[in-house]
Ligand binder design. Structure first.
Ligand code: SF4
Length: 153
């Protein structure tokens, strides 16, 4: 089974109430080969919500207590992000996920690039909180772009 970011499957769960539908991912859902998951909704957020970025590091640093996830207005939402990450990990284990495909750039789901914490649309290399936790637990995580490349290898 493949676990995928809900927003890639067309669910309007992004912070601004939109989705980022990926047709290959949607096809997998329709064929019952994939299951959607949104770590931020699992963590307790609703849609729409404030944008948030990791301040002071990356997803690994958040898990290690060395960086925080902060909303644009300044609220510390680190605990909710960590909670969502663990719930997503539990889901991946429950469904015996072999691959998890996560939306790039998100502070939860980014798996090679994330925003840099300045809320200025600048990206840096790094994992979001959920991607970092899944990788730490030996689960293969791909971005939607990496997954497309993987399909055509
Ligand atoms: Fe999409 Fe992940 Fe953000 Fe949820 S947490 S909206 S699944 S990128």
């Amino acid at each position: 089974m493949i676990l995928v970011s809900s927003c890639l499957a067309g669910f309007e769960v992004r912070y601004n109430g939109t989705h980022c539908l990926n047709h290959q991912i949607m096809k997998l859902i329709e064929e019952k080969k994939a299951i959607p998951v949104c770590p931020e909704i699992l963590g307790g957020f609703s849609t729409p919500r404030e944008p948030a970025e990791i301040i002071g590091g990356n997803g690994e640093d958040v898990l290690d207590g060395k960086a925080k996830v902060i909303e644009k207005s300044g609220r510390d939402v680190t605990e909710l992000y960590i909670k969502g990450a663990y719930m997503a990990l539990n889901k991946a284990i429950d469904v015996h996920a072999t691959i998890v495909v996560l939306k790039e750039y998100s502070p939860s789901c980014g798996s090679s690039m994330i925003f840099n914490g300045e809320f200025k649309d600048k990206k840096i290399a790094g994992n979001g909180v959920t991607a970092a936790l899944l990788k730490r637990n030996g689960i293969q995580v791909l971005s939607e772009k990496q997954f497309a490349d993987h399909l055509y290898r």
